[in-house]
Structure formats: C-alpha cells, structure tokens
Design a protein around this ligand. Structure first.
Ligand code: C2O
Ligand code: CU
Length: 541
C-alpha cells in the first residue's frame, strides 16, 4: 500500500485533536477507488471547466391581494443524462432532467408556486425500488406542513403537486431536494437536488452579487464500469464516492478575477462530510450559515461541512498574481472513507483582467471588501434564559442490522401510528433548548430540524465553532458530541420532521416528527399528507 503525504501527516497528527488540527483515523485510509471505471474512463482532477446550473425563469408572475408578487414555476422531474465522465454519459434523475437541477432565485417577499410534476419512470432505472414516488422539500424554508416535503406525502409518477413557498424569511441559501420516504438517498444521489437563492436588501448591500455570487453544490459519486452511477451504502452506513463533483462536474477549474467572490457552498453529498481549505493556507471569510447572514464574519482556514449545511464564504483573490492556481482542498473528517482524490474539491485560476473588466470591477463596492459586522437576527439573540423547556435526544444504532434511531424512535414507528406519534410537542412560539447527543465514536450525524432556524449554544459545553455562529437548520453531531441548540417554534402550527441528513441513515429510519401548537386529538388543517394532495398531471409529455 502506498501512503500519501497527506495520510502520513494525518497519521502523525493522531492524538492532536483540537486546535484546528484534523486527524484521520487509520480505518478511513482505504482502497484507492470506489468506481469500477478503467483508468482512461475515470475523470481526473482539474481537467473540466466549472459550470453554473441554469436559472429557472417563472412561467408567469401574478400579484396576490396583499400586493405580493407570486412567481409561478413549472418543473418536471425526469430521467436524463449528464456528461460527468470524459468518455461516457451517466443516467440521472433530475428536476427538468438536469444534474443538478435549475436554480430558483428571487427576492424576499416574492412568493413562489411550483407545479412539481413527476414524469419519472415508475421504477428507478437502475435500482428498481418499487415506485419512484417523490416528495419535494425546500430546505431552509418555513413552509406550511403540507408543502414541506413530508416524507410520506408522496407524488407518484403521472401526478403533480402544487407547492407554495412564502419566502418571508431573511435572505439565505436554500435548496430543494427529494424527500420521498425510504428512497431519499437514491433519489437525491441520482440528481433530484438544486439550489434556491433568496435575496434581501441587507445582504445586497453587504455581499457580492451577480457574477461574483456563485453557487458551489458539492457532492460525491461512484461509477459502474459502464459510466452509470454506482450505489453502495455499506449497510446503510453511508455512501462514499471517489469522485468529487461541484455543480455536477468532477473537480472543475473556475477562472476568477483578482477580487472578492462570494461562494454559496452547499454539501449535497448524501453522506460525506468535508473540511474545505485553500491550498495557499489563506483564510476564507464565513459570512452566512444555513439561515442567512451571521452577526459577524469569521475568518477560518478550514471548516467542517456536513450534508445539507450551507456556508457562504468570501474568498479574496485580489492578493494573487494572474496565473496563480488556488485549490479548494478537502482535509476530510473522521469516519469518512477517503480515496486518492477526495482530498480535492475544485481549483480557481486567477486570470489577468481585461481593461473593461478592470474599470467595471472598480465600480463594484464589493470587489475588495470583507465586511466585519453583518446582521443580527431574532434567533441569534436568544439566550438559554429565554427557553421554557429542554428536551434531550440521542442519535444511535445498536447494531449493523438494526435501524438508526433518535431516542429509539424510527419513521416506521411514525407510520405505524398513522402519523400521530410526535416526539416533541412545543406550543406555538415556544422557545426551547434541544440537546442532541451522539455517544458513539464510530459515526457522525448532521441533524436537520424542519421549520425553524436555531442557534447553536454549545458543543460539549464549549462555544460552537467560529463558522457555525449564525442561524442554522442542520447541526453536525460529531463523534462523542453533545450539542445544545435553541429555537422558537413557529410561525406555523403542525407536524414537521427532524432527521439525520446522512440520507441512508434518514431512510433507515433516523427520523421523527414534532407537533407545534396542536394537541394529538386536534383537527390539523395543515395535515402534511391530506391538506394538499397531488393531482393527476394533465400534461402527458
Ligand atoms: Cu434537506 Cu428533511 O431535509
Ligand atoms: Cu446519521
């Protein structure tokens, strides 16, 4: 076995936990590849050009009685192909048949209605699970329960569902992805994931916009010899691909101007966590987390990034000479499986400016600015004293053949209760502290709470990491970690999910629900399955 320099460094670093030094346990130094591609079919780092997913235009815009604009979108989930590999094409499932799907971008206050049509085949073309029924979740949005992608609120092929999104929250990076019960992992991995960007005036004043506001959707994949996606979740532990994709391209290279860029980094991997870091050793500046702007920017040289978390980062390329290549590397985290090139994510090539670009750049107030103070929010001003109740949750699995559970509960138990079983029942507008504990050293769990934004109060009794000091909706519960979060439950009543965002864990069946502002016997006007059922799709193409 040949050991890379990085592995030697990592092994040498064992025992130096903390102080920003990352260690990789020996067990994660594994085989060279997960894909079965021949050497010439395997993509190589930094050989493909960076691309940005297309923006989706609304089909029409109407005005609600209260004066709010409403964008109407139409999306068909379809089978398609993607050009990821140098010589073969790869079958995917995508929103409008693309991988990743089209980006929705709008302003706070503009509502959205999506006619989400399931035009997928009845069965998954490769893994044949029984029915390709989907549920679409807009992750980061306080949507009503019936539009929140409740796992068991599924839309079968040939049907469509009208999803409504309020977009009243602060500017943030959201994403929409499949949430269909038991097959979320396969569906998201096959391509049912896309970005959704909401702007507001505060963020527009502070941070780069337009061409300098760039989505980075990071995922990983493994490929079969014929170029199709491989799927191996190792007894529902996790899928660890050997190819890292950014916006659907393998280790791409982006040409950048010598100025400040804003990157909206989303980890859309179904299991893998990353620890991004620049090859120059220079810091990046974290400016926003899942729920939008942080109170203050944070300079970090790397950050731990679990599935579904979003970090907006500023990178200042103005300090590099034209011709410099800056790599975005991955230092990895314990309990991932690393392969030869999973220590790389993408590269930036700093280009010389044309005179036109130069004069244009100097007119942009954000071209060389790293703002210090950003924006406060209600959730970031909460303190433990505001909480009326503390609840404790434990994430675990008792054996390889056992399901993943939270406090011993699985989504199977919720189904068996006819969707009544709720593991928490906060009153509307209650502020609560939730303590989530992972007693295992063998797993990490990125836990997502729907509906609300939370603040991370502490991790193992200490302050949260610098990069997570902003509004969040996913928290990384690392090995032997106990994390406290605080949040206010609202503005909607009803039933919402909590789950691990390692999607094989979620599917098997690390998910429960909580019920806001309702007693179990109350009539639920916003029943997540019954209130807005799918209808037959009138269109047939
Ligand atoms: Cu991004 Cu319940 O999920
Ligand atoms: Cu998990």
């Amino acid at each position: 076995m040949s050991i890379s320099r990085r592995e030697v460094l990592a092994l040498g670093g064992l025992g130096l936990i903390g102080a920003g030094i990352v260690t990789v346990p020996i067990s994660t130094v594994s085989a060279k590849s997960a894909s079965q591609l021949s050497a010439r079919d395997m993509p190589r780092p930094y050989t493909s050009a960076f691309t940005i997913p297309p923006k989706l235009q609304p089909q029409s815009v109407t005005v609600d009685p209260d004066g709010s604009l409403v964008n109407h979108y139409n999306i068909a989930m379809r089978q398609g192909t993607a050009q990821i590999l140098p010589r073969q094409s790869t079958g995917i499932l995508g929103y409008n048949g693309t991988f990743p799907g089209p980006t929705i971008e709008l302003d706070q206050g503009t509502r959205a209605v999506i006619d989400m049509r399931n035009r997928l085949p009845m069965r998954h073309p490769q893994w044949g699970h029984h029915l390709l029924a989907t549920s679409t979740h807009l992750h980061g949005s306080a949507s009503l329960p019936q539009f929140d992608g409740y796992a068991s609120d599924v839309t079968a092929p040939g049907f469509c569902k009208y999803y409504q999104y309020p977009n009243f929250q602060a500017a943030r990076t959201l994403w929409y992805h499949d949430h269909g019960v038991h097959f979320t992992a396969q569906n998201v991995y096959s391509g049912l994931a896309a970005m959704y960007i909401m702007h507001d005036p505060i963020e527009k004043k502070l941070l780069p916009q337009g061409d300098f506001d760039v989505p980075l959707i990071i995922s990983d994949a493994m490929f079969a010899a014929d170029g199709s996606l491989g799927f191996d979740d190792r007894d529902h532990s996790g899928l660890w691909g050997d190819v890292v994709l950014v916006n659907g391209r393998a280790w791409p290279v982006m040409k950048v101007q010598p100025r400040v860029y804003r990157f909206r980094v989303l980890n859309a991997s179904i299991s893998r966590s990353y620890r991004p870091s620049l090859s120059t050793g220079d810091p990046v500046y974290i400016v926003a987390t899942d729920g939008g702007l942080m109170p203050a920017s944070q300079a970090v040289t790397n950050w731990r990034h679990g599935s579904a978390e979003r970090y907006e980062v500023l990178i200042d390329f103005s300090k590099y000479k034209a011709g410099t290549r800056v790599e975005l590397r991955n230092l990895s985290n314990p309990n991932n499986r690393d392969y030869t090139d999973t220590n790389k994510i993408m590269a930036f090539d700093v280009a010389a400016l044309t005179p036109a670009e130069e004069s244009h750049m100097k007119l942009d107030p954000q071209w060389n600015r790293i703002p210090q103070s950003l924006a406060g929010s209600h959730v970031m001003s909460l303190t433990e004293k505001d909480s009326e109740k503390t609840r404790n949750f434990r994430v675990q699995r008792s054996g390889l053949a056992e399901p993943w559970t939270i406090n011993g509960v699985t989504w199977e138990d919720v189904i068996a209760s006819n969707f009544k079983l709720a593991s928490a029942d906060p009153r509307l507008d209650a502020v609560e502290v939730w303590e989530i504990e992972n007693k295992s050293g063998g797993w990490f769990h990125p836990v997502h709470i729907h509906l609300i934004d939370f603040q991370i109060l502490s991790r193992n009794g200490k302050a949260p990491f610098p990069w997570e000091r902003g509004p969040k909706d996913v928290v990384y519960i690392g090995e032997n970690e106990k994390v406290k979060v605080i949040m206010k439950f609202g503005p909607h009543k009803g039933r919402y999910m909590v789950h691990c965002h390692n999607l094989p864990h979620e599917d098997h069946s690390m998910m429960f629900q909580f019920r806001v502002g309702l007693a179990e016997k109350d009539i639920d006007d916003c029943d997540p399955i019954l209130a807005a059922p799918p209808t037959l799709d009138p269109e047939t193409d």
